[in-house]
Design a binder for this molecule. Structure first.
Ligand code: HEC
Length: 181
């Protein structure tokens, strides 16, 4: 009996020593989590065998984005002006947020009233900013100009979501109507 006891104690000691010294991992679960591969965002497919760095399929639309099919040309401008209609209802909430966004992104040039007398115009940092009342514009053309810009004015598509753009359009139309009074 003692012999068995000695034997099993020896076995246990040996087993724990062997078990503890075996630090090396034989199989890794999801090795990329431990050893990450530095992908370049624009890497070609097939550079590695990973599928994580594929470019989106041509024509795919990112979540929350709305495609805009009017080209950045005079024809595109005229087409947007003729066809494009706001999907938003005319109401206080939309106007309110339009005013807020206009104050952040447009008023520096166009002025609080839309008369083209913003801070940058006053300080002569930016020339050729029109008074909205002197331009024959409508909701479609204003949206188009926010998307693509026009001459010296750059695109503001990246700063505003689709909904915010239409809210700004609503507010610019109101400013223009007030200026025309
Ligand atoms: C850096 C100055 C600047 C900022 C900021 C700016 N604009 Fe302009 N904007 C201009 C200039 C300059 C023009 C005149 C472009 C032209 O017709 O040559 C213009 C023209 C326009 C027109 C008239 C375009 C037409 O069809 O005749 C609209 C509408 C307009 N801007 C709206 C906006 C809105 C809305 C914003 C904010 C989202 C904005 N702009 C921000 C400089 C600016």
């Amino acid at each position: 009996m003692r012999k068995y006891l000695k034997f099993s104690i020896a076995f246990l000691v040996l087993a724990s020593v062997v078990a503890c010294s075996k630090r090396e991992r034989k199989a890794q679960y999801m090795p990329d989590m431990y050893v990450s591969v530095p992908y370049d965002a624009d890497m070609e497919k097939g550079t590695t065998n990973a599928s994580a760095n594929l470019k989106p399929v041509a024509g795919s639309i990112a979540r929350g984005q709305v495609p805009y099919d009017y080209a950045d040309t005079n024809d595109g401008y005229e087409k947007a002006k003729a066809e494009l209609k706001s999907p938003l209802a005319k109401n206080e909430a939309n106007l309110e947020n339009g005013k807020k966004m206009y104050g952040i992104y447009c008023a520096t040039c166009h002025g609080k009233k839309g008369d083209g007398n913003g801070v940058l115009a006053q300080r002569e940092k930016f020339n050729g900013i029109p008074n909205y009342k002197d331009r024959d514009i409508n909701e479609g053309s204003i949206y188009h100009v926010i998307m693509h810009g026009k001459n010296l004015m750059g695109s503001h598509a990246g700063q505003l979501t689709n909904k915010e753009r239409w809210q700004v359009v609503q507010y610019v139309e109101q400013l223009r109507n007030d200026l025309l009074k």
